[in-house]
Design a protein around this ligand. Structure first.
Ligand SMILES: C[S@@+](CC[C@H](N)C(=O)[O-])C[C@H]1O[C@@H](n2cnc3c(N)ncnc32)[C@H](O)[C@@H]1O
Length: 385
């Protein structure tokens, strides 16, 4: 290879990199469109209508049923098909184009076990989007300025939702979407975590979806759904679950195990340690002893705190992630994205690495812990006093 040939190849590579960079920058500039168009499709009920029509519907059927502009709907569907949300079967005319449901579009259904619509609608409310505009101001103030949510709304997210019932309901439904997915992954892949537990309290359990689903599968467990009074007061009835209102920084109902799903990530390390100490107190009482039944000794499991959170890899390495394939890479992306959400929406919350979990658990007085991955974005952390 001559000198000139080599430099041409290098020049081509550089040009390609530059062109890609421009394209990527455009994608980021328009990044919001993905969320906005998904929100639009959910509000219009596109996936629901395709489901009603048996999993496939033509553009003319959709625009008639949804009573919306045929040309606008065509453009929206073209964008969503390009982004692999729906599939399309081309036809001789635009009106006859058939749109088909996919695994992803079923997540946009307004109801059902697999729906993630409430999560998308909640994250795209003006209330949840406003704090993002204050992220750089907060970071550059070296955390001296009020955190982004407070800067936008004058109070933290929990005080805000306490005085806005509609936003509180949206938050509960958004969390319940993921609680359904987490319940299936956690109980399905690691049922042994709940063995020997007679009473379990779900701390910050929202509307009780996780504990309600758990008790359905494991009816030997009595569930307590513990959350702020205004949250549990509108929680639905779940067989085998009692709602209890209170403040986890003050006192948590007694149980064999305390459970926290997506709660500790809302809080700074020092607040996390306070909550964990209260969880430890809640499981601290006498009945750690074995019991005798029919002359047989029944071994009680060790009392514990079960935490379900997205755990960020300590030795996270972008290049290694790329080599390991898209599944791992995309969960890492979601976990890092969730960490950014915590930065924008909470006063000091974060997704933690194993080392950071070891720190808060150790400071709260736990003697040991283990982390098990699940098929969901979260892992299960079992912590023992
Ligand atoms: C991110 S949500 C998670 C809800 C539920 N665990 C789930 O994953 O679906 C955090 C929950 O913590 C509750 N919470 C916030 N502050 C609390 C407090 N001081 N005491 C009890 N619960 C609290 C909120 O009301 C909310 O339901």
């Amino acid at each position: 290879m001559g000198k000139g040939e080599g430099s041409t190849k290098a020049d081509n590579k550089k040009e390609l990199e530059e062109a890609n960079a421009v394209m990527q920058a455009w994608k980021y500039a328009l990044g919001f469109t993905e969320l906005a168009v998904l929100k639009c499709a959910i509000e219009l009920g596109v996936a629901d209508e395709i489901e009603t029509q048996g999993g496939a519907a033509t553009l003319s059927q959709l625009s008639a049923a949804l009573n919306c502009s045929y040309t606008s709907l065509y453009r929206i569907m073209r964008f969503l098909v390009h982004n692999r949300v729906f599939k399309a079967k081309a036809a001789a005319t635009q009106e006859a184009t058939t749109y088909l449901q996919t695994a992803l579009s079923r997540r946009l259904l307004k109801g059902g076990e697999k729906s993630m619509a409430s999560l998308i609608l909640f994250e795209s409310t003006p209330i949840m989007l406003a704090p993002w505009h204050g992220l750089s101001a907060w970071v550059s103030s070296n955390k001296v300025a009020p955190p982004p949510f407070e800067a936008a709304h004058g109070q933290d997210i929990w005080a805000y939702t306490a005085q806005d019932p509609e936003h509180s309901r949206l938050l509960d439904e958004a969390m319940a979407c993921d609680a359904r997915l987490a319940a299936a992954a956690v109980i399905g892949s690691c049922p042994e975590v709940f063995e020997g537990i007679e009473v379990m309290v779900d701390v910050g359990g929202g509307n009780g979806t996780f504990v309600g689903m758990m008790v359905k599968v494991l009816p030997q467990i009595k569930g307590i759904n513990f959350d702020l009074p205004h949250v549990v007061s509108i929680g639905p009835h779940w067989n085998g679950v009692e709602h209890a209102g209170g403040n986890m920084f003050e006192s948590i109902p007694k149980a064999d195990a305390t459970f926290l799903l997506k709660v500790l990530h809302d809080w700074s390390d020092s607040e996390c340690i306070q909550i964990l100490k209260k969880c430890k107190e809640a499981i601290a009482e006498d009945n750690n002893d074995d019991s005798i039944s029919d002359g047989k000794q029944i071994k009680k499991k060790r009392k514990k705190v079960v935490i379900v959170e997205a755990v960020i890899d300590d030795d996270y390495d972008d290049e290694e992630q790329d080599e390991q394939g898209s599944q791992l890479q995309s969960w890492t992306g979601v976990r890092l994205g969730l960490d950014m959400v915590m930065m924008a929406h909470t006063n000091g919350g974060k997704e933690r690495t194993r080392t950071e979990w070891a720190h808060v658990l150790n400071e709260a007085g736990f003697s040991s812990f283990s982390i098990k991955p699940t098929s969901a974005v979260q892992s299960i952390i079992e912590a023992f006093p």
